[in-house]
Design a binder for this molecule. Structure first.
Ligand SMILES: Nc1nc2c(c(=O)[nH]1)N[C@H]1C(S)=C(S)[C@@H](COP(=O)(O)OP(=O)(O)OC[C@H]3O[C@@H](n4cnc5c(N)ncnc54)[C@H](O)[C@@H]3O)O[C@H]1N2
Ligand code: MOO
Ligand SMILES: [Mg+2]
Length: 398
């Protein structure tokens, strides 16, 4: 049995080859950026008026002038105007380019306009006020977003501003999600007394969907030959195979044997952790990777959250990120020499700290308990008592 750290390292050293695809901007949300983004112009590209009002040469104000002729109006979207008489002013709108010959903008609230003249009614007028200066935020050529960033609304705004209508992103892998086990029926069916519905598949597909992946699904009975025949086909056509069930010690837990017979190289089987101990991971010479997750719902869910998602992010070239930590709000005892991924409910204390309340449940088959939990708190080995007030890494559910 290997440690959590060893399993994580093995996963990180078995990545899918990165494939880059250029996508229209409206399909890029949530994707991992595969190019650096640079400013094509200064941000902002011109001295931008930030208040509706008048633009003046401050020197005329500071030498005592309060009434000024209005020479004209500069709307946003018009080429730059020029102040002809430095004792006069120009009306300017928010977003307009600051007229040449002016250096200060005064809001309509601080003036009165009548008969083609503006009268300044505010004495506190600072030179340069109400102007967003050209290049103040970023200069043309500056690196604005690094390759490896997950594209969110902020990055979409940058792409649009710099005219990137097509963006290089990491291509998502083709994934097959498979349930195994003769006790499982589909969700439209009414189970017999000895049967249950195959919920793992639906939960796994929903997490994948949240990651942008549209997965295919299948079901395999506890029949060695059929598992072998159908898995062999899936290994040809998918980059990632995600199985659940059939990896422990039972008489019908055929997956480790069948996978080996299909040439899938086992990289690990069993991790010193609860839940999720019998997690099996391997690679096929054809290039696909196999995540054979334990069948218990919390176990397969935990392995997905703690291993698959970081592995996927790494495969897609996402920049490294650290897990946040949360503070235990009640103590927990856990004696086995294993990492314990404790289900916790997350709240904020009144002084803004992230608190994790343990929600114990009835073990790795208790999928109803997940409804009350928000994440797993990763409690290390080498300790039996985890006291209230101690902070540990938090994996928030997706
Ligand atoms: N003698 C031992 N028995 C078990 C051990 C062990 O070390 N020695 N480990 C236990 C642990 S821990 C886990 S976790 C499970 C893992 O079992 P498998 O991966 O072989 O999974 P199955 O036996 O097929 O199923 C386990 C459990 O999960 C339910 N299940 C499976 N698939 C689904 C699904 N798609 N949706 C909902 N529920 C599912 C299944 O009905 C079983 O109840 O093994 C322990 N045993
Ligand atoms: O390791 Mo198993 O996942 O506890 O039920
Ligand atoms: Mg089993």
């Amino acid at each position: 049995m290997i440690t959590v750290e060893e399993a994580q390292n093995i996963l990180l050293s078995h990545q899918l080859p990165l494939k880059v695809e250029a996508l229209p901007l409206d399909q890029c949300y949530g994707k991992v950026l595969q190019e650096d983004l640079f400013a094509d112009r200064d941000f902002p590209p011109y001295n931008r008026v930030t208040m509706d009002g008048i633009a003046i040469d401050h020197a005329s104000f500071s030498t005592g002038q309060r009434v000024m002729n209005i020479e004209g109006v500069a709307p946003a979207g018009a080429p730059q105007l020029s102040l002809e008489d430095r004792h006069a002013c120009l009306e300017v709108m928010t977003g307009a380019i600051l007229p040449s010959g002016t250096d200060t903008v005064i809001r309509y609230e601080d003036i009165q306009t009548e008969g083609g003249q503006a009268t300044i009614q505010e004495e506190n007028i600072v030179q340069g006020q109400n102007i967003h200066y050209q290049g103040e935020d970023r200069s043309a050529g500056d690196l604005i977003v690094n390759k490896g960033t997950v594209i969110s609304a902020a990055e979409i705004g940058i792409c649009a501003t710099i005219g990137k209508s097509v963006v290089k992103t990491s291509q998502l892998p083709k994934v097959m999600v498979i349930s195994t086990g003769d006790e499982l029926v589909d969700i439209q069916e009414t189970p017999e007394a000895h049967q249950i519905r195959r919920s793992n598949v639906y939960r796994t597909v929903s997490t994948l969907g949240e990651l942008g992946i549209t997965a295919d699904t299948a079901h395999l009975p506890d029949d060695k030959e059929e598992i072998r025949r159908r898995l062999s086909g899936f290994l040809e056509s998918y980059e990632v195979i995600m199985l659940s069930g059939g990896v422990s010690k039972g008489k019908f837990d055929f997956l480790p044997t069948v996978l080996a017979s299909l040439g899938v190289q086992k990289l690990f089987h069993k991790i010193k952790q609860r839940p999720g101990k019998p997690f099996w991971f391997g690679t096929h010479p054809g290039g696909s990777v196999v995540f054979a997750l334990p069948g218990n719902p919390i176990s397969s869910f935990m392995c997905m959250q703690a291993y698959f998602i970081p592995w996927l992010n790494h495969s897609l070239g996402r920049s490294n990120y650290d897990l946040p930590h949360a503070i235990l709000s009640e103590s927990i005892q856990f004696k086995p020499d294993m990492v314990y991924f404790a289900q916790v409910k997350i709240t904020f204390s009144r002084d803004g700290r992230l608190l994790a309340l343990p929600i114990e449940g009835h073990g790795s088959g208790d999928l109803a308990n997940l409804v009350d939990a928000d994440g797993f708190l990763q409690l290390p080995r080498g300790k039996d008592e985890f006291e209230a007030g101690e902070a540990y890494p938090l994996i928030l559910f997706r």
